[in-house]
Ligand binder design. Structure first.
Ligand code: NDP
Length: 288
């Protein structure tokens, strides 16, 4: 279990929530409330729609005794880290915080996306070594993916982005991770995909049908045993095309659930009921 707070079960009800803009479609309440209920923890998990101008006061409120902490999502993961008392080394390195924990009035920030993707990688690879992973995108999620791949022992991680300067900046800032930056273009894909054990879509493209980060024909270049991962919570066109080619695939739901489970443990000091959270997240996805 992750180190965090030890909850006084005689107090409460406590409050938790997701801070973002927008938050209306966040799956976080759907996976956390059943987990809190399952463990009999008197707490309510809410949606806290928060603009950039409101962020500082929203975070300040988390110091009050009734608040256990918060999830932080787009667009506040970077800005929030400067409002906290302590930030974990991993979150500092990633440059982003997605979980805030109220430790007796002191605010601690962590990045549980790294852990979430790490579990996804471990479950999907089943101990097979990973020589080369190709990551599409160089935003906040790509940073968590790279740090998880580094921890999983990937030999080489190529980060390809539309804006090549952003990929180069990511590689500089995550040094000494074994990352090489590139411009995302056909030449790059033709050169690198034939030797990639894993392809990760960490761009924001894929949620809508017809939206893909690369032309689907490029999937033919991947070796037969390659794994294709997409951070979107559903079967994207990329994943469906990879499945048609017989490639192994994983979507973003396990990452979401495992990052949430880690956050839950930091807030409550109790082991997260991961199966409950997974089932609840799947059910919520069906409803969207
Ligand atoms: P950012 O906004 O930080 O980064 C977006 C990335 O997508 C950038 O690399 C950007 O490239 C690229 N991109 C956007 N539009 C295009 C386009 N038209 N063509 C090519 N590239 C494009 O977002 P995040 O990193 O925070 O999130 C990325 C995705 O990951 C989102 O879909 C998010 O929902 C998902 N996610 C899932 C999680 C999970 O638990 N499953 C956790 C966190 C995120 P450029 O730099 O050139 O603009």
């Amino acid at each position: 279990m992750a180190p965090g707070t030890t909850l006084d079960r005689s107090s409460g009800p406590y409050r938790l929530g997701v801070i973002g803009d927008p938050v209306a479609h966040s799956l976080s309440p759907a996976l956390h409330q059943p987990a809190l209920d399952r463990l009999g923890i008197a707490a309510v998990y809410e949606r806290w729609h928060t603009t950039a101008a409101e962020l500082a006061s929203r975070v300040e409120q988390l110091r009050e005794p009734g608040f256990l902490g918060a999830s932080v999502t787009v667009p506040h993961k970077i800005a929030v880290k400067d409002l906290l008392d302590e930030v974990s080394p991993a979150a500092r390195r990633a440059g982003a915080v997605n979980t805030v924990v109220n430790r007796g009035g002191e605010l601690f920030g962590d990045n549980t996306d790294i852990y979430g993707f790490g579990v996804t990688v471990a479950d999907s690879l089943g101990g097979r070594p990973l020589q080369l992973a190709v990551v599409l995108g160089a935003g906040g999620a790509a940073r968590a993916v790279v740090l998880a791949l580094e921890a999983a022992g990937a030999g080489e991680i190529m980060v390809a982005n539309r804006d090549a300067d952003r990929a180069a900046q990511l590689a500089r800032e995550l040094d000494p991770a074994p990352v090489r930056p590139a411009r995302l273009d056909d030449e790059f894909l033709a050169r690198e995909l034939p030797r990639a054990g894993m392809l990760v879509n960490a761009t924001s493209l894929g949620w809508h049908p017809g939206e893909t980060p690369i032309a689907l024909s490029h999937l033919d270049l991947l070796p037969a045993g390659a794994l294709v991962a997409d951070l979107s919570y559903r079967d994207t066109d990329l994943l469906l095309a990879a499945q048609r080619r017989g490639l192994k695939t994983v979507d973003g739901l396990p990452m979401l659930v495992h990052q949430g489970a880690r956050a839950f443990e930091l807030w409550t000091g109790s082991r997260a009921p991961v199966e409950t959270m997974l089932a609840a997240a799947r059910a919520a996805r069906e409803r969207t």
